[in-house]
Ligand binder design. Structure first.
Ligand code: GLN
Ligand code: ZN
Length: 767
């Protein structure tokens, strides 16, 4: 049985790629230096994969920034604003990162989350008459490099349908209408790859693990037929991942290609589909059996059972065992994590270990496992067994609290229209109240304080006193600017999930568990291993101190349970729903403590709520049901006069508006500065019952918005939603902005709100 993976982490075990890229951007190394370091990293990966016994080694999974960008550059999909850049790295990084030129600032391609992951891809832009051509030969060079190293290379391309469907039209052109123009470039690439004698070529088409249309399916069939006819002796495999393929199965099975990749970990329904429809005899099945999205060792018994069934369905000779998706979603190796409790460490498998598991699994099924293979699978099984009876894992009081939840646990008691007057009376806020999303600039001074605390150069008390000074001046600043609901600035937080995770039982932290987020950026998701326990209040002292400095309401700031879940690596022995409810109870205890400490406004951020939405429609309702329940559970412990806010980092609520309403927050703030009134219509049409703060300042850009610009945005918003339900706030937190931008922007924001407030008081301009 052969083995394959769709991709390996490109960042490097020591984040070598990050440092190489950042040195290059700073001008410390030249392009030859960057290429040299990248080649060394690739060589190291190839050597590891070959030595581990992996049969098909992906090439083209490596990228200097992002594979969607690589594809756009390869096929010459370069928007006109980049015309001035020299082909090669200059053009490439300008599309990725933008740049200042004589003729002004050039905006980069925008970024979006890659399906339901926390990885961001660059969004290609298409317009009518787009003329594609093979404009960049990087992929072919990478394949030559690998072949010269003696690697059994499986070149990987993002398939044409996924590439087009994830793109953005700049002039209304329908991306799929460009398929005919695009295909010749793909044909040329496939022909050139085939000429190099590769056995397999991988086409990534994860689009088909979501809700594809009949038109998408036809486009894929057409593309595959054309590519197959230029592929010569090379075989084509269409890879899907992240979910089951659902009603796309029959179309995928019928494609004129040589292999189909299905994810049996995150799409267990694929097994039933395979049983029902069967796979034509001429096709190999690339079966995703090792979880590429999570960090736990193989469940040996379950995996062996799965492979047995697959064998029975398609036969061993047609089976290629694979990871469920590219391993870029997990860190490189567990080796630096021996500081963790032994049972936790033993349960971990990152990319390198997962490749070894995959190979061991294949050899075991084939009956030629080595002693090492056997030891690996045995120790995985043993680690899983130990964890089931672990005290680190199971906290009976948490379990019984979750199982004892009743309908009342999820309800605020009074409906919103009865809470509203109580809150108004208590808070006494003006029309169009102004606030911020929570964080203020994390200056290098603040980060230095944390570093010094870590190194022991500051005592805990000195650290607290230093941060209190920052809070003092921030409170003064906000009062002086005239904001209505203040915040303490979140200076004490390195990261909005890690900060809470560090104080919650059940969480563990890796030293080096980096996963790529975008470009050179990594994130180090915390690990949820055990039941979540809150030992003590986590934010109350900071918020209460901040409240003691002012008469205005101070907003308590918490990260919501669904975001905690979606930005962590999560145990797989209990359901995600149950983990989320445990998190929700911990945060609920915090809201109650904040309220008792005199905090009357509490914001529970859920920026990642939508990101966790399953790709297949059939699973979405279930996710949304428990995700919204978790939020309600968090908020339902406080009195009706306490105002609960939530914040979400996007603006398109069309498909989930009913769920947003069901959250029953008193106020939500969302991103909206680029969208005008357009996306807000759904709140009007669905009679969104509570208050809403559509962002009026794009904090992802360094530009300072002028007062009139903000007034104009407010007018656009007020044309859609009633003035007395509106708040005025930025799109998101201000953590990454500088004070030079924040000070004038907030002044303009408050002045704009005051001007519209006055106009309304004089009876003008209302709607
Ligand atoms: N309260 C957080 C902040 O202001 C929210 C961040 C987010 O939505 N990602 O930074
Ligand atoms: Zn946000």
């Amino acid at each position: 049985m052969q083995t394959a993976i769709q991709g390996f982490p490109r960042l490097g075990a020591e984040r070598e790629l990050k440092f190489a890229l950042e040195s290059f951007w700073k001008g410390e190394i030249d392009s030859a230096g960057l290429e040299r370091r990248a080649a060394a990293l690739r060589k190291q990966n190839y050597e590891f994969l070959a030595a581990a016994g992996l049969d098909l080694i992906p090439v083209g999974d490596f990228s200097f920034y992002d594979r969607m960008l690589d594809t756009a550059v390869m096929v010459g999909a370069v928007p006109p604003r980049f015309a001035g850049a020299a082909p090669g790295l200059e053009l490439y990084f300008r599309m990725a990162r933008g740049g200042a030129t004589e003729s002004g600032n050039i905006h980069p391609l925008s970024m979006l989350k890659w399906f339901n992951t926390n990885y961001h891809y660059l969004v290609p832009e298409f317009s009518h008459g787009e003329s594609f051509r093979l404009a960049d030969r990087t992929l072919l060079r990478l394949v030559d490099e690998a072949l010269a190293l003696g690697v059994k290379a499986m070149p990987a391309l993002i398939g044409p349908v996924t590439f087009l469907r994830l793109g953005r039209s700049t002039d209304g052109v329908e991306p799929l209408a460009l398929l005919e123009a695009l295909l010749p470039v793909y044909e040329q690439v496939v022909a050139e790859l085939a000429a190099r004698g590769v056995e397999w070529i991988q086409l990534d088409e994860p689009w088909f693990a979501g809700e594809a249309t009949e038109r998408d399916r036809k486009a894929l069939a057409l593309a595959c037929a054309r590519l197959k006819s230029t592929a010569g002796n090379a075989r084509l495999v269409v890879q899907t991942y992240f979910d089951s393929v659902g009603d796309n199965f029959a179309a995928l099975a019928a494609l004129p290609v040589d292999g189909l990749g299905l994810d049996f970990v995150h799409g267990p329904e694929n097994l039933d589909l395979l049983e029902k429809h069967s796979l034509p005899k001429d096709k190999k099945l690339f079966a995703g059996v090792v979880d590429g999205r999570n960090i736990w060792v193989l469940d040996t018994e379950k995996a062996l059972g799965l492979v047995d069934r697959l064998k029975a369905l398609v036969g061993a000779e047609r089976l290629v065992l694979a990871s469920s998706c590219s391993l870029q979603h997990v860190p490189v190796t567990v080796e630096p994590e021996r500081h963790l409790p032994e049972e936790v460490f033993n349960l971990l498998a990152f990319a390198r270990e997962k490749v070894q598991e995959l190979v061991a699994l294949a050899r075991t099924v084939d009956g030629n496992a080595s002693a090492q293979d056997k030891a690996r699978l045995d120790s995985a099984a043993a680690a899983r067994k130990v964890s089931t009876i672990s005290k680190l894992r199971v906290a009976p009081e948490v379990r019984s609290r979750v199982s004892g939840l009743t309908e009342a646990s999820f309800s605020r008691g009074l409906p919103y229209d009865q809470r509203r007057p109580l809150q108004q009376k208590k808070l006494g806020l003006p029309l169009l109240p102004t606030t911020t999303i929570g964080s203020f600039p994390q200056t290098s001074d603040i980060r230095r304080l944390r570093a010094r605390l870590r190194k022991g150069e500051l005592t805990g008390a000195q650290y607290v006193e230093a941060l209190r000074n920052d809070i003092r001046s921030l409170v003064k600043f906000q009062e002086e600017v005239g904001l209505d609901v203040l915040v303490h600035g979140e200076f004490e937080r390195n990261d909005m999930v890690e900060y809470f995770g560090e104080q919650l039982g059940g969480y563990f932290f890796t030293r080096n568990g980096w996963v790529i987020s975008y470009g050179s950026r990594g994130v180090k998701p915390p690990v949820i291993y055990g039941d979540i326990r809150r030992a003590a209040p986590m934010t109350v002292e900071w918020s209460a101190f901040a409240q003691s400095l002012t008469q205005r309401p101070m907003k308590g700031m918490l990260t919501g349970p669904v975001t905690m879940l979606n930005w962590s690596f999560v145990r797989d022995d209990i359901s995600r729903r149950e983990v989320t409810f445990q998190l929700a109870l911990a945060i609920r205890d915090e809201t109650v403590d904040l309220e008792s400490a005199g905090i009357g406004v509490i914001q529970v951020d859920e920026p990642a709520l939508r990101e966790g939405l399953p790709l297949r429609k059939a699973k979405q309702a279930d996710y949304l049901a428990w995700a919204v329940d978790a939020f309600r559970l968090t908020a339902a412990g406080v009195r009706p006069e306490t105002q609960v806010h939530s914040h979400m980092c996007y603006s398109d609520f069309n498909t989930i508006i009913a769920d947003i309403i069901r959250m029953d927050a008193d106020v939500i703030s969302i991103e909206n500065s680029r969208a005008g009134g357009q996306l807000l219509k759904v709140f009007r049409d669905r009679e969104y019952p509570s208050e809403i703060g559509p962002g009026i300042w794009d904090i992802h850009s360094p530009l300072v918005p002028e007062q009139e610009e903000i007034e104009h945005r407010l007018d656009e918003i007020a044309a859609v939603l009633p003035l007395e339900r509106l708040w005025v706030n930025p799109d998101c937190g201000l953590k990454t902005r500088s004070w030079q931008e924040v000070t004038p922007s907030l002044r303009h924001m408050v002045d704009a709100a005051v001007s519209r407030r006055e106009r309304a008081a004089h009876g003008g301009g209302g709607h």
